[in-house]
Write a protein that binds this ligand. Structure first.
Ligand SMILES: NC(=O)C1=CN([C@@H]2O[C@H](COP(=O)(O)OP(=O)(O)OC[C@H]3O[C@@H](n4cnc5c(N)ncnc54)[C@H](O)[C@@H]3O)[C@@H](O)[C@H]2O)C=CC1
Ligand SMILES: O=C([O-])CC(=O)C(=O)O
Length: 274
């Protein structure tokens, strides 16, 4: 690591955020200085933090502080609502933001609002690759022109609990792989805010939210979150399969999402970014 020190604000104190805090606690170049949580949860989170032995514990707040504690970067690891609540205001104040709840960009006008806020603050919002790989190749292929991108998401049945899949399937007693959604990435991201961020990421890197075709399955035969996509275009074609281990603390979320955040943060301070 170089001598650079980056102060980081994290929004959310859930599965991703807690793992990121743990993995970066020894990083010399990074200081997680603020943790932004929902109003009313501050004391409970402070108590939990005390048990994590972080050394330099972050300040817990319900809104970003931009005084002496101004962060160099804000990382959203919370959910779709956090983009309006925290990412847009931070961008307007010139704080660069890293975002994992990419599905939020499926809401009408949200992508434009983010662009406008970043322009106003003279900064950028970065959409992290999260649980999926190959976004660099797909986004580069788009420069040559893409004909189609299709995505198939498959998770163990319990990974879909709390989503509209429950209305179609008996998730706790499912015996065979079952398709419960077929449609656009925009619709998938709207209906499955905690499960279809990958679909939205592929869409934004590729042919757009309305043109990207999505199929979602619950599959009792798998114990990983399986993401498959294929793309055709002037560059040639590509097909990618990810078999991501879910986080023990949240089976909806692949562990790779955590590592994608850690990679982005370490790249900010490493003399060699890759
Ligand atoms: N891009 C990708 O590949 C992936 C993205 N995600 C996204 O990451 C988000 C977080 O995932 P996990 O940590 O596994 O979820 P989690 O449910 O374990 O934690 C989310 C935490 O954020 C808090 N939160 C929600 N809205 C908030 C707000 N407006 N302000 C402050 N705190 C807020 C919740 O109370 C909760 O503690 C998911 O909701 C999903 O949108 C998840 C997996 C993959
Ligand atoms: O973590 C994953 O495997 C993917 C996920 O939940 C999402 O796309 O929102």
């Amino acid at each position: 690591m170089s001598g650079v020190l980056k102060r980081v604000a994290i929004v959310g104190f859930g599965a991703i955020s807690q793992s990121v805090l743990d993995l970066t606690k020894g990083d010399e170049g990074l200081r997680i200085s603020q943790l932004i949580v929902s109003p009313g949860k501050e004391d409970a989170v402070r108590e939990q933090l005390a048990g994590l032995e972080l050394g330099n514990a972050p300040q817990v707040r319900s809104a970003l502080a931009l005084d002496a504690d101004r962060p160099d970067v804000l990382v959203e690891c919370a959910g779709h609502g956090a983009l309006t609540a925290h990412v847009l205001p931070a961008l307007r104040q010139g704080v660069p933001c890293l975002v994992v709840s990419i599905g939020a960009l499926s809401a009408p006008g949200m992508a434009e609002e983010l662009e406008q806020a970043a322009r106003q603050g003279g900064t950028q919002v970065h959409l992290l690759s999260g649980a999926i790989g190959g976004i660099d190749a797909l986004a580069a292929a788009r420069m040559a022109g893409l004909d189609s991108v299709t995505y198939v998401g498959r998770k163990p049945p319990l990974g879909w609990l709390g989503s509209p899949a429950e209305e179609k399937l008996d998730l706790r007693n499912l015996k065979e792989k079952a398709l419960f959604f077929e449609g656009s990435a925009r619709e998938a991201a709207r209906l499955f805010p905690k499960n279809a961020n990958v679909a939205a990421t592929l869409a934004l890197a590729g042919v757009g939210l309305d043109q990207t075709r999505v199929e979602l399955y619950a599959d009792p035969a798998v114990n990983q979150n399986i993401h498959y996509y294929e793309a055709q275009g002037a560059f040639g074609n590509m097909a990618v399969t990810m078999q991501g281990k879910p986080l023990a603390s949240n089976p909806k979320t692949s562990a790779l999402t955590v590592y994608s955040v850690v990679r982005a943060l370490r790249n900010l301070v490493s003399p060699l970014a890759v």
